[in-house]
Design a protein around this ligand. Sequence first.
Ligand SMILES: [Zn+2]
Length: 170
Amino acid sequence: MTQPTHTHRESGGKYAELQQYQGTGPLEGQWLVAYEDLILSIQSVTTQEDWLENWREIAPDDCTVCMGTGTDHIKGNAKMPCGHCYGLGKVMDNGARPTEMWDVAGIAALIIERQQAELYQLRKLADNDTVQAIIEQQRQQVVNDSTARNEQAWRDGQGHGPGGQRYTGD
Ligand SMILES: [Zn+2]
């Protein structure tokens, strides 16, 4: 059986990337990706952009049962944790499943460590003066837009002026 190389970011599942190639005709200039859904045995094609956005490569420590989602796909109950990885979505570095409490603790610690590092990077980025200025600028834009919209709605609303519109004097 073909080994899965990717999983869907939202819905999980097992997919194999088959080929990347350049489109022709109306798809000229686009990179396309041919892939196979290994569970349904269906081959499909999508754009490289869609592929990168919605699928991710399977890491060696991803749980091979739930493919990293941590939920129970076998019984079809997404609210229940996966029984192979105890809902962590990850297994041990060597691909083996956790069998005792300390295995689970070790995997959980690694997940937390990775997320802390990522959070630290994001916080550093958010604290940057340029980023702060952009956020403030966008916030101001939203306020201005909604003020303008409210005023327009008020002007367009039913009033007592000529033509049923509000008489605003300008
Ligand atoms: Zn799992």
